[in-house]
Structure formats: structure tokens, C-alpha cells
Design a protein around this ligand. Structure first.
Ligand SMILES: *Cc1c(COP(=O)(O)O)cnc(C)c1O
Length: 240
């Protein structure tokens, strides 16, 4: 597990001001961009510290760790109404606990996964919000739906009964140069607009992480997923 360094309050304030400044520069309203706090590898107490600062949407990458954290909050802090997002690679044998614990899955990239999530979403729970992960760079080694197949895939996912398709998610190859960061983000925004022109009614474009928040917001992101800029550096030494 990673260790939460002191100063989360300052770091959250810094991230919020980066978002506001980027929105201002892009002529957008800060309310248009949701901040998802990515608590993966950090203990539940770190996620609690974020929640107490008003970050009620939390992102997790690993099914077991994420479900354990959701259970911990249900048991210890039932007063907090948190929105849990699964954002990591999802194997088909892990779809059931994810469908049972999370409100959102951002990493839907195969029909089999979407079908299982839909059929395993428990009765009585609202539909599971989903995003389609798009492999916008087209790199063979990366997961995600090919951009040219994304629209048809989106229509197929939208037709599943217990899922609510909300939009797209992208994890581009890391770049330091803002101009390079914007290339895949612009391509995603174009795809998002095309999907909406085709009537898909999407409201969420999840793009931007700690190092490229500004570029993503300039290109139309509606949700940034921020881990290390909030919680500090991660330690993958134990378990992952
Ligand atoms: C870890 C992770 C993040 C957060 O990354 P940071 O660089 O720490 O902000 C965002 N999205 C996904 C899919 C991740 O796996």
C-alpha cells in the first residue's frame, strides 16, 4: 500500500485551482469538469481524507482492492454518499463484484465485458454508468476499442438493459509537451461530438490525469481522473 503524505488539503486546493484556471483559459465553467480522486494503492483512510475535503467521486483500478474499500466505507462511513468509479483493466472473471460495488465502469472495451456487467448488475440497483475506453493512439499493445469501431460499439453497449452509456474514456501515451498531449484529446473530442451528432446522448468525456489536466480541459474533457497530484506518489511494491 502507498502511504498518504501530509498535505492532502494543499494538494487538493492546488488541483482545484489548476482546473479552474484551465477552464477560465478555455472559456469553460469549472462546474463542467468533474474531479475524480483516484485512490488506487492508497488505504481507505486516504480516500476518507479526500472525501472529507468534498471529493465524493473516487476511482479504483483493481477489483479486489476497490471492492474492499467500498465495503469499508459502507461499514464505517454509511453517512457518506460516495460515487465509486472502476477505471482499471477488467477481466471477465471479475465483472460480478465490480457490477455489485461500483456506480461507474470507465474501462469497458469488449462486448463480453459489457454483457456480463449488464447481466450481473443486481436487481434494485440503478443502471451501471459506463464509459467506453478508446485506444485513440491505435497502439497494438494498448487496450481499448479502435476509434473507427467506437461508434458501432457504443450503439451496442447502449442497447444493453442494465447499463447506462455515458461517454468515452481515454488513457493516451504519456507526453510532456502540451501540444503533443492535445493530439489524442482533440481526436477524442471529435469522436465524442460525432457520437452525439449520431444521437447517442453522451455527457461524459473522461480524459486528463495529474500531468495533463490542462491539455485535457482545453480539448473538452468533462472529467479528470487525478491520483498522484492529490494523494502523492504511489508505491506499487506490495501486492500489485
Ligand atoms: C492511475 C490512473 C489515473 C491517475 O493517474 P495520476 O497520474 O496519478 O493522476 C487516472 N486514470 C487511470 C485509468 C489510472 O489508472
Amino acid at each position: 500500500m502507498s502511504v498518504l503524505k501530509p498535505g492532502i488539503e494543499e494538494r487538493v486546493a492546488e488541483v482545484r485551482s489548476r482546473i479552474e484556471k484551465a477552464c477560465l483559459e478555455a472559456g469553460r465553467k469549472p462546474e463542467e469538469v468533474k474531479l475524480l480522486a483516484v485512490s488506487k494503492t492508497f488505504p481507505a483512510e486516504a480516500a476518507l481524507a479526500a472525501a472529507q475535503l468534498g471529493l465524493l467521486s473516487l476511482g479504483e483500478n483493481y477489483a479486489q482492492e476497490g471492492c474492499d474499500k467500498v465495503d469499508w466505507f459502507r461499514a464505517n462511513h454509511p453517512e457518506l454518499s460516495l460515487e465509486w468509479h472502476f477505471i482499471g483493466p477488467l477481466q471477465s472473471n471479475k465483472t460480478r463484484p465490480v457490477a455489485e460495488h461500483f456506480s461507474w465502469v470507465q474501462s469497458v472495451n469488449r462486448m463480453k465485458i459489457a454483457e456480463r456487467l449488464s447481466s450481473q448488475r443486481p436487481e434494485g440497483m440503478p443502471p451501471l454508468n459506463v464509459l467506453i475506453e478508446v485506444n485513440v493512439d491505435g497502439e497494438e499493445t494498448k487496450s481499448g476499442v479502435k476509434p473507427e469501431e467506437a461508434l458501432q460499439f457504443a450503439r451496442d453497449v447502449a442497447a444493453l438493459p442494465n447499463l447506462k452509456l455515458r461517454g468515452f474514456m481515454v488513457i493516451p501515451t504519456p507526453e510532456e509537451d502540451p501540444e503533443k498531449q492535445k493530439v489524442p484529446f482533440r481526436a477524442m473530442k471529435k469522436l465524442f461530438d460525432e457520437a452525439n451528432a449520431a444521437g447517442l446522448g453522451l455527457d461524459t468525456l473522461s480524459m486528463g490525469m495529474s500531468s495533463d489536466i490542462e491539455s485535457a480541459i482545453q480539448c473538452g474533457s468533462t472529467m479528470v481522473r487525478v491520483g498522484s497530484a492529490i494523494f502523492g506518489p504511489r508505491d506499487y511494491g506490495h501486492g500489485h
